[in-house]
Write a new protein. Structure first.
Length: 502
């Protein structure tokens, strides 16, 4: 009965007209932030955080900021599907099959599936947030530095499933991504690494520049290089809504991805990114037709989109129950709590029940608003694909440059986009997929940080990764995944399955 009473309190708070209005404002801003690469929810929330100081009701402020976050997770899929230009890091995996669907004239279907999966996953994850917050938080506390290191290793090895063709090339892309993630000053010593004397590199490489270059600009260069792909851009778009067969095919992926995202979203770091990649890997592994992945598989859109939206909801669990931020956006949410004179932690649920449960209930309302806001726009979004490439491609480049330049009003970011665009084009022409590289870049710093932290705690004893049970199990799973992937028979089968069409 306590859960029913708490939810009743939450909905009575969230359904107040001003809170519904701020929720709508938050998800609308979040969708725009996700669609436009270069801004991101972290920057958007950081810019709006001082404004919330003047809010009379802290609940309204937190509802709006939360709406920006999970709205951005949805919005990032739009340009990823239509233009192969991920607006959010977790949307990069959606672009793998989503953009292929768009090129085949099924952009509307892909966008609708993304919306449906996001809504279902967000709704279920909100229930998980309400029911399982304390147990999941306690489970997250059992993960130390060694466990996080092993989890990231498992995630990186599993990402080989994202790549087509050679397993060795996929491993090479992961290693290259990790190396790119180490560029900049060392967090512990401050020593510059791989900066080549350039001060612009002291702060490290920017994710937006990397993603926009590897996916967006590289895709443009590939289309300009091959006239056959260029003609497909202006193809007439049909199927603005999934068929019954499509809906049946996405039921399983959406449910599995919701579970994966709900579990991984609790973990600090890149939980929502890891969730989308893990979901894609799972769907590809269990599919009867894995050869369809990377060529427009609808499961490759439904799974990752459901996973990252579920993770976006459950990432609030450690914040609301323990006061621990899971990633930079949650750290800004901690700042919003403090601005309002509230100390986040275990006592918040008892001291401020209307705020906590109102925030939880608003997430379900926000998911409903996202569907009502975005489904009618599908027809408008897909018209982007009917624009002639001579207009579309320069426009994409202009918006990409504006978005990346706005990161710090620094032309270096624009030059980085150009560099990674050429690099991405060379990699694709060489038969290498950029998705594992991107995952290695995102998770590489987390891998290094937890490796060094675990070794510091154990005073340099590497056996700590094997003596801790959870860490040992995760490493064994990673080893099994690597061995199975690298078996010669399976490798030959993969190379046949993923052979490129000439």
């Amino acid at each position: 009965m306590d859960l029913v009473d708490n939810l009743a309190l939450g909905f009575s708070t969230a359904l107040q007209w001003q809170n519904v209005l701020f929720c709508l404002l938050g998800v609308a801003l979040g969708t725009a932030v996700g669609v436009l690469p270069g801004i991101g929810p972290t920057a958007a929330i950081a810019m709006l955080l001082p404004i919330t100081f003047g809010f009379d009701d802290p609940t309204s402020a937190l509802i709006m900021l939360a709406g920006i976050y999970y709205g951005a997770q949805y919005g990032g899929s739009t340009t990823a599907i239509l233009l192969n230009l991920p607006g959010e890091s977790s949307a990069a995996v959606t672009a793998i099959d989503g953009h292929r669907m768009a090129l085949a004239g099924h952009a509307g279907t892909a966008l609708a599936v993304a919306a449906i999966g996001s809504f279902v996953a967000g709704t279920v994850a909100t229930v998980v947030l309400a029911v399982a917050a304390p147990p999941l938080s306690r489970a997250a506390l059992s993960f130390g530095a060694a466990e996080y290191f092993s989890l990231v290793v498992l995630g990186l090895i599993a990402s080989i499933a994202l790549a087509s063709g050679s397993t060795l090339k996929a491993l090479g892309m992961i290693v290259l991504g990790i190396l790119l993630g180490t560029v900049g000053q060392d967090l512990y010593t401050g020593a510059p690494r791989f900066t080549f004397g350039l001060r612009e590199l002291y702060g490290g490489l920017n994710f937006v520049s990397l993603a926009v270059g590897l996916f967006g600009v590289a895709e443009i260069l590939r289309n300009l290089h091959d006239p056959r792909t260029r003609q497909r851009i202006v193809r007439r778009v049909t199927n603005l809504w999934p068929s019954r067969a499509d809906l049946r095919r996405i039921v399983g992926p959406v449910l599995r991805a919701t579970g994966i995202g709900s579990a991984l979203g609790v973990l600090p770091g890149g939980g929502h990114v890891l969730a989308s990649y893990a979901s894609y890997a799972v769907e590809k592994r269990i599919s009867r037709h894995p050869e369809r992945f990377g060529r427009g598989a609808i499961e490759g859109v439904a799974g990752p989109e459901s996973a990252n939206n579920a993770a976006a909801q459950t990432s609030f669990i450690p914040l609301l129950t323990l006061g621990l931020p899971a990633h930079p956006v949650m750290a800004l949410m901690v700042g919003a709590f403090i601005i309002q004179g509230i100390t986040p932690g275990p006592d918040v649920m008892n001291d401020q029940p209307a705020l906590v449960w109102g925030l939880i209930a608003s997430m379900w309302i926000g998911n409903v608003l996202l569907v009502l806001l975005n489904l009618p726009l599908i027809g408008l979004w897909v018209r982007m694909l009917t624009v002639p490439y001579s207009i579309l491609f320069p426009t994409i480049v202009v918006f990409a440059c504006i978005g990346t330049y706005s990161l710090g009003q620094n032309p270096y970011h624009v030059l980085a986009v150009a560099f990674f665009g050429v690099l991405g084009f060379v990699l694709v022409r060489s038969g290498c997929e950029p998705a594992p590289l991107l995952l290695g870049f995102v998770l590489g710093p987390l891998l290094e940080e937890n490796l060094r932290r675990a070794l510091l705690i154990s005073r340099g004893d590497p056996s700590v990764f094997l003596t801790r049970p959870i860490s040992a199990v995760l490493l064994v799973l990673a080893l099994v995944a690597l061995v199975v992937t690298a078996l010669p028979a399976i490798r030959r089968k993969r190379e046949v399955v993923f052979a490129e069409d000439e």
